[in-house]
Write a protein that binds this ligand. Structure first.
Ligand code: NAP
Length: 262
């Protein structure tokens, strides 16, 4: 299927590894020009080289820096001739017990996982509406639908973003101008972040990592972790011309882990 977005421009945040890289790769294969971001310059440039190798016809630009920094966001927007597609992403907040979290911990989670995507949406959606095409995909978490107790900072900050987006996506001045805003909710995807989480669990329980992996897989009907490429493919579909009538949705990708009809 031709997704009908060849020649468009996308900003993909936090894209040197993992799910962000998966989204950038899928968009690259569809002929979308990219401005990608991550804090570490070396991995970011390696990813840019990889993306150009996937599709030599596209342009790929890099902006290194923390996406929660206003200057970095401005640099991303400046590098992009016009933002047709915005993929919001960042590292997730650390796990822990809410009794140990300070106000600063909360502010940091809210800044990175709620206010940063909102600022980027604010800077881009009206231009998208004027041009009659726009796609925003926010990478959130399955924890928005089924909270994970030790990820309270993530549950809270991402739910704030989700509630805000639910209202904004339904504004007629965006929806009637072919601007859609949707959230992708990853369950367990095989990325560095997942590996770190599994290793931390192994350390805290004293069990081998392989046992922790097996335990986790038993809770996933697909009996495997997802891949960044399959995550990216769904992101690219949401960004396609075919997904114009789909907005304000929370799309769960979890191999069947969530036990619910809706
Ligand atoms: P990952 O493999 O660790 O990759 C994270 C990427 O984001 C890297 O490119 C990293 O590069 C970049 N990054 C992190 N913090 C950044 C920041 N403040 N500014 C700019 N770039 C930043 O993680 P992932 O598994 O792809 O996860 C992506 C998001 O999905 C996270 O929010 C995570 O919590 C969420 N999620 C993941 C899973 C899963 O199973 N993988 C499940 C639920 C939710 P630098 O470190 O160089 O900046």
């Amino acid at each position: 299927m031709d997704l009908g977005i060849s020649g468009r421009w996308a900003v993909v945040c936090a894209a040197s590894k993992g799910l962000g890289k998966g989204c950038a790769s899928a968009l690259a294969q569809e002929g979308v020009n990219l401005v990608i971001n991550a804090r570490g310059l070396e991995a970011l440039e390696e990813t840019a080289t990889f993306l150009r190798s996937l599709n030599p016809a596209i342009e790929v630009r890099c902006v290194a820096g923390d996406i929660s920094d206003e200057n970095v966001r401005q640099a991303l927007l400046t590098q992009c001739p016009q933002v047709d597609i915005l993929v919001n992403n960042a590292g997730g907040p650390p796990p822990g017990d809410f009794r140990d979290w300070t106000r600063e911990d909360w502010l940091s989670a809210v800044e990175t996982n709620m206010l940063t995507p909102i600022e980027l949406i604010k800077a881009t959606v009206d231009g998208m509406a004027e041009r009659g095409f726009g796609r925003v995909v926010n990478i959130t978490s399955s924890a928005v639908k089924a909270p994970i107790d030790i990820l309270g900072l993530s549950n809270g900050a991402r739910s704030g973003l989700t509630g805000f987006v639910a209202g904004l996506a339904r504004q007629a001045r965006l929806a009637e101008r072919n601007v859609t805003i949707n959230n992708l909710l990853p369950g367990s995807f095989d990325t560095d972040r997942l590996q770190n989480t599994l290793e931390r669990s192994a350390q805290s329980t004293g069990k081998p990592v392989a046992d922790i992996v097996q335990q986790r897989l038993q809770t996933i009907p697909a009996r495997r972790f997802g891949t960044a490429d399959e995550f990216g493919a769904v992101c690219a579909f949401l960004c396609s011309q075919h997904a114009s009538y789909m907005t304000g949705q929370n799309v769960l990708l979890d191999g069947g882990h969530y036990q619910g009809t809706f």
